[in-house]
Write a protein that binds this ligand. Structure first.
Ligand code: S6P
Ligand code: ZN
Length: 186
């Protein structure tokens, strides 16, 4: 198997016959934003993020690695910044790296007990995501947040837990600045 692709380090784009492309539209993220009225007023077909990925081995293979670039648009639903769906890894102990090429944002990390904290993401930062932590990127800037990621090929995804329970904290704009606030469970 040909196991080489190329990256443009200025843009983060991946090139090569094995590169896969996916996109996530706003309407596919309905459950994750807290202001459903603001959500309904926005065009659901807008693409919020795209992912270029390189999966040189079959998903589930133990010992392999995947690589991907995420391009997360700037914007807000009400006062809440655009963000990725977020997930735990299906194999909970699998870790991951995020490394930022452009933009600024926050990485939300939530442990299995529901405790969430945020780490800064900015050009040049390399964020280590330990196992057992749900992870979600948030774009708090005015330009796309672009980051590369590498993760084990047997990590898999658990989106259901986040779709059902959400993260326990939200990244919202307060007085023109990003603020992490506890989610109201009313
Ligand atoms: C995969 C890695 C990223 C995300 C991407 C989109 O383990 O964390 O490539 O898949 O940032 O986020 P999400 O939460 O929709 O998969
Ligand atoms: Zn992941």
């Amino acid at each position: 198997m040909n196991s080489i692709i190329h990256i443009d380090w200025n843009t983060g784009r991946l090139f090569g016959p094995q590169v896969q492309h996916s996109e996530k539209k706003l309407k596919e993220l309905a459950h994750i934003f807290h202001d459903q009225t603001a959500f309904s007023a926005l065009p659901g077909d807008d693409v919020i993020y795209r992912v270029d990925s390189f999966k040189p081995v079959t998903a589930g293979t133990e010992g392999g690695l995947f690589w991907g670039t995420t391009f997360l648009e700037p914007g807000k639903v009400g006062d809440e910044y655009f963000m990725t769906a977020g997930h735990f890894h299906h194999v909970r102990n699998r870790a991951e790296y995020y490394a930022v090429i452009e933009g600024e944002g926050a990485l939300l990390l939530m442990d299995e007990s529901g405790k969430t904290h945020a780490e800064a993401m900015q050009k040049g930062s390399i964020n280590y995501i330990p196992g057992y932590m749900a992870h979600r990127a948030v774009n708090t800037g005015n330009v796309p947040l672009v980051f590369v990621a590498s993760w084990p090929s047997d990590a898999g995804y658990d989106y259901e837990t986040i779709a059902h329970d959400g993260f326990s904290a939200l990244m919202v704009e307060r007085d023109g600045k990003p603020a992490l606030i506890e989610r109201s469970r009313a």
